[in-house]
Structure formats: structure tokens, C-alpha cells
Design a protein around this ligand. Structure first.
Ligand code: B1M
Length: 215
């Protein structure tokens, strides 16, 4: 198989053997971020389709996710770092009940490499932990990720909780993850939150929105 097809296959098949050599070869030809966006993410998309249609079982999805994470970790040192922090601080979490973190961690990488301080508190985080981290680290923005449909409900509840505590004005909220849609965020969530809440389709839109929040 040609290199790009082979790399994608490694994600889909959850195949670690030979990954390093392929990534080294890939880095000679394209920037690290492009490899993630155009090749590896394409592989994860295929994994999602296979799993969704019952053609792939969960343990194999997990293996694919591990290969994806390994690949991103190998590529990260090769990504361009334009600024060293200080542009603003975001607390980033995957919401309660949700373990998906590949997207969240990509958002972390993109924001960190573009001048933001990211406090990444991990997966399955209840709103109390998100709030605590936002306070402790004096965050400018709260970022929540979630991939399950039920996570969209959790996000709604979290925004309601911030409102109920009178805290909405303190933090603009950035939301992302495959189960969300722009329409849901803009029509159903924005209206019920007394602060600003925005949807990011991908990590780059997340970066643009951070820039807008901090402007
Ligand atoms: Co799961 N899973 N999974 N899974 N998984 C999905 C989400 C699913 C759509 C698959 C499917 O059915 N086709 C489905 C959800 C269905 C639903 O809710 N209706 C699903 C399911 C059902 C489940 C379980 C319930 C399965 C089970 O146990 N029976 C279970 C849930 C466990 C739990 O959370 N409690 C489960 C478990 C897992 C694994 C552990 C095996 C693994 C996760 C490993 C990990 O993350 N460490 C996994 C994976 C890998 C997937 C799929 C295949 C791929 C997700 C991924 O990493 N994509 C996924 C299929 C899919 O998404 N279509 C699926 C790549 C990643 C880069 O994309 O996270 O969307 P994403 O991030 C994007 C944007 O969304 C955005 O930026 C990123 C790109 O630039 N973004 C943000 C994300 N967060 C952001 C935050 C921002 C801004 C932008 O600001 C704050």
C-alpha cells in the first residue's frame, strides 16, 4: 500500500507494529498537523463508521484509539509552536459519563501550540470539578467536550448549573464533540445560558473562538 493508505490502515486495524517507521517517512513529506488531520482522522472516521454499522467490535475500536493516541503523541513534538502561552487560559474537560478524549486532546495540542494555557482535567468530569478547576486556575474560558448523545444533555445541565449559581457571566463556554451540532448549540443552548456559549466543529474553530473570546 502507498504510505498514506498504509498509515490510515494502521489506525483502522489498530496496528502499532511499523507505525514509527511510517510516521518518520510521512514527516519527511508533510507537516505533522496535516498528517493528523488528513490521514489519521480519516482513519478514525472509518473506525466510527465500521463500529456504528456493527462491522467492528468495541475492543478493536479501543485498539484503534490507542494507535491514534500513540501516533498523535509521536507527531506532537514536530508540530509548529507559534507562541509560548499567556494568551489566555482554558479549562478543558470531557463531561461526566463520557470517556472519549482524542478530540479533546487535539484541541489541547492546537490551543497550547498557539499561545494558550490549557488546563486539561481529563475525562468523565462532573460540573463541580470543572468549576473548581476554572476557579483554581483562574480560567478565562471553560471548554467541554463530549461525543455521546447523552453528553449533549449533560452539557445542557452544566450550563443550567452555572446559571443557577449565578456564574454564567464569569466564563464563556466552548463546546465541541461529534454528538453536538451547531444548530443545537446555537438554538437550544445559547438561549438558556446567561453568558456566551459557542460551538466548535473542530480544533481549529476552537482556536478561532478562543481568539475571539480573548479579543
Ligand atoms: Co465510542 N462512540 N463509545 N469509543 N467512539 C462514538 C462516539 C460513536 C458515535 C460510535 C458509533 O456508534 N458510530 C458512539 C456514540 C453514539 C451515541 O451516543 N449516540 C459511541 C459509543 C456508543 C461508545 C460506547 C457507549 C460503546 C459501548 O460501550 N457500548 C462507549 C462509551 C463509553 C463512555 O464514554 N462512557 C464508547 C467507547 C469508546 C472507546 C473507549 C472504545 C473509544 C474512545 C477512546 C478514547 O477517546 N480514549 C471510542 C471511540 C474511538 C469512538 C469513535 C469511533 C471515534 C471517536 C474519536 O476519537 N474521533 C466514535 C465515532 C465518531 O465519533 N463518529 C465513537 C476522532 C476525534 C478527533 O474526533 O472527538 O469528534 P472528535 O473531535 C473532533 C471534533 O468533534 C472537535 O475537534 C476534534 C477534531 O478537530 N472537538 C472539539 C471535540 N471536542 C471538542 C471540544 C472543543 C472544541 C472542539 O472545545 C471545548
Amino acid at each position: 500500500l502507498p504510505l498514506w493508505e498504509r498509515l490510515k490502515r494502521r489506525i483502522v486495524d489498530g496496528e502499532l507494529d511499523g507505525l514509527d517507521a511510517d510516521l518518520a517517512e510521512a514527516l519527511e513529506q508533510r507537516p505533522a498537523l496535516e498528517i493528523v488531520n488528513d490521514v489519521l482522522l480519516d482513519g478514525m472516521k472509518t473506525v466510527g463508521e465500521l463500529f456504528g454499522s456493527g462491522q467492528m467490535q468495541l475492543p478493536f475500536v479501543l485498539q484503534s484509539a490507542e494507535v491514534m493516541k500513540t501516533a498523535v503523541a509521536r507527531l506532537e513534538p514536530h508540530m509548529e509552536r507559534s507562541e509560548d502561552g499567556g494568551k489566555g487560559r482554558i479549562v478543558l474537560a470531557t463531561v461526566k459519563g463520557d470517556v472519549h478524549d482524542i478530540g479533546k486532546n487535539l484541541v489541547d495540542i492546537i490551543l497550547s501550540n498557539n499561545g494558550y494555557d490549557v488546563v486539561n482535567i481529563g475525562i468523565k468530569q462532573p460540573v463541580s470539578a470543572i468549576l473548581e478547576a476554572a476557579r483554581e486556575h483562574r480560567a478565562d474560558v471553560i471548554g467541554m467536550s463530549g461525543l455521546l448523545v447523552k453528553s449533549t444533555v449533560v452539557m445542557k445541565e452544566n450550563l443550567e448549573e452555572l446559571n443557577a449559581r449565578g456564574l454564567a457571566g464569569e466564563w464563556p463556554v466552548l463546546l465541541g464533540g461529534a454528538a453536538l451540532t451547531r444548530a443545537y448549540v446555537e438554538q437550544d443552548l445559547a438561549g438558556l445560558y446567561d453568558g456566551e456559549v459557542r460551538y466548535a466543529r473542530d480544533a481549529f474553530e476552537g482556536l478561532r473562538l478562543m481568539d475571539a473570546f480573548m479579543a
